[in-house]
Design a protein around this ligand. Structure first.
Ligand SMILES: Cc1cc2nc3c(=O)[nH]c(=O)nc-3n(C[C@H](O)[C@H](O)[C@H](O)COP(=O)(O)OP(=O)(O)OC[C@H]3O[C@@H](n4cnc5c(N)ncnc54)[C@H](O)[C@@H]3O)c2cc1C
Length: 380
């Protein structure tokens, strides 16, 4: 593995870094307070191609791979976890599911609008009664002539408040477990898709999260995405990529905590000298820096394997687990280094910590990652 980014990736990183500093950093606190990301930001992200990260050029995207995505996600999350989560659910979940399961016709119909930012994408697997054990989902889809009729409920759906296109998993055969689950493409205004109110969350507040009720929701037969009964397997493939993206998001949040704490430690004086000259503070910063670097390397390793078409289930889980825990810890340490100031919303580190905690829960919690990692260890 090459540890240096190529010139193209450095240029991409530069674009994303400047964009995040100019268009995200000054407003992220307001978006957190108002629990909303403005629609104009989506347009600006689309202009850079960031709404089409995972979409091939032939469908209007920029055809990036996972390594490019990790670079972009780290830069965005450095200033705003919520914007990164919005991009993750749109790109690494919804658009990525199209790339795994959709037919050529479906890709041509939906991907250009998703890449241009005309429509935001959402991806609905979790339900009120099952999250980690997603194979136990109970939403149903029954074929009635030329339409599928969906009934049930989904929970915690990122982007659901605004999304124009949803990929929704439902059970197409009565047998339990993963085999009877299929995926469906659902357009926002379809009667029977009832979008609930936004959740009032601890972190990632700018990113909207809603519940969905599927009430005799009629979807054209041709909107089945992938083979019938393959929806769960496809969803697991999607989540593998999602975990790499969440690991990159965590790396960005950890780096944000580090950079803010470092700047504060250089400026703030205690006992006649800057905080940074106190060895205990230096050690805290050194520890955070080491963990941010480690998270980035683990994340890029998984991304490089994924881009090469290799199995990276284990590596993606290792990266997500380590990076998620790192980001929360870095946020807490950064608050500590800021003292009382860190306990206020005057500085962004408390927001980074709140945002980071989601990375330990969503797209497979820490416990689920440990189960995946341990299973692989048992195979050795
Ligand atoms: C902000 C946010 C955005 C989200 N976005 C989406 C989205 O866009 N689409 C979507 O489908 N879902 C989304 N989710 C849902 C998310 O994927 C689930 O919350 C996650 O999978 C965990 O499921 P759960 O919350 O039901 O927890 P549960 O499954 O109820 O688990 C509760 C706790 O028990 C632990 N646990 C569960 N099983 C085991 C076990 N076997 N051994 C040990 N511990 C275990 C879990 O790790 C967790 O700590 C989102 C969640 C949040 C908070």
């Amino acid at each position: 593995m090459d540890y240096e980014l190529s010139d193209d990736l450095i240029a991409l990183q530069d674009v994303a870094r400047k964009f995040a500093a100019e268009h995200i950093a000054p407003y992220a606190r307001q978006w957190d307070r108002e629990a909303s990301i403005p629609r104009e930001l989506i347009g600006k992200l689309a202009e850079l191609g960031f709404m089409g990260i995972f979409i091939p050029e032939e469908y209007g995207g920029c055809g990036f791979g996972d390594l490019e995505a990790t670079v972009i996600m780290e830069e965005i999350a450095r200033h705003c976890g919520a914007t990164a989560l919005m991009l993750d659910a749109h790109g690494a979940l919804c658009c990525a599911h199209f790339m795994v399961g959709a037919s050529e016709e479906q890709k041509k119909k939906y991907l250009p609008g998703l890449a241009s930012g005309e429509h935001m994408g959402a991806w609905a697997l979790s339900e009120p009664d099952c999250g980690s054990d997603a194979a136990a989902l109970t939403s149903t889809a029954e074929l009635d002539g030329d339409t599928w009729v969906l009934n049930g409920a989904k929970h915690w759906i990122t982007n659901g408040h605004h999304a124009g296109v949803f990929v929704i998993m439902a059970r197409t055969t009565p047998e339990g477990g993963p085999k009877g689950i299929s995926a469906f493409i659902v357009e926002r205004d379809t009667p029977g898709l009832i979008i609930g109110p936004k959740e009032d969350k601890f972190g990632m507040r700018g990113s909207d999260t809603v519940g969905l009720t599927l009430e005799n929701l009629r979807v054209p037969k041709e909107n089945l995405c992938g083979e019938p009964g393959h929806g769960f397997l496809d969803a697991m493939r999607v989540l593998e990529r999602g975990r790499i993206t969440v690991a990159a998001m965590s790396t960005g949040l950890g780096r944000g905590a580090l950079e803010e704490a470092l700047a504060y430690a250089k400026e703030r004086k205690a006992f006649g000298k800057p905080l940074f000259e106190h060895q205990m503070i230096q050690f805290k910063l050194a520890d955070i820096a080491t963990e941010v670097e480690s998270a980035r390397l683990l994340t890029r390793r998984a991304a490089v394997l994924s881009d090469a078409g290799k199995d990276c289930n284990y590596e993606a889980s290792v990266a997500k687990l380590f990076a998620g825990e790192m980001a929360t810890k870095a946020g807490l340490e950064a608050i500590q280094i800021h003292g009382a100031m860190g306990y206020t919303k005057e500085v962004p580190v408390e927001r980074y910590m709140r945002d980071a905690k989601l990375c330990e829960i969503g797209e497979g919690s820490n416990e689920v990652q440990r189960i995946i990692i341990a299973r692989r260890l048992l195979e050795l």
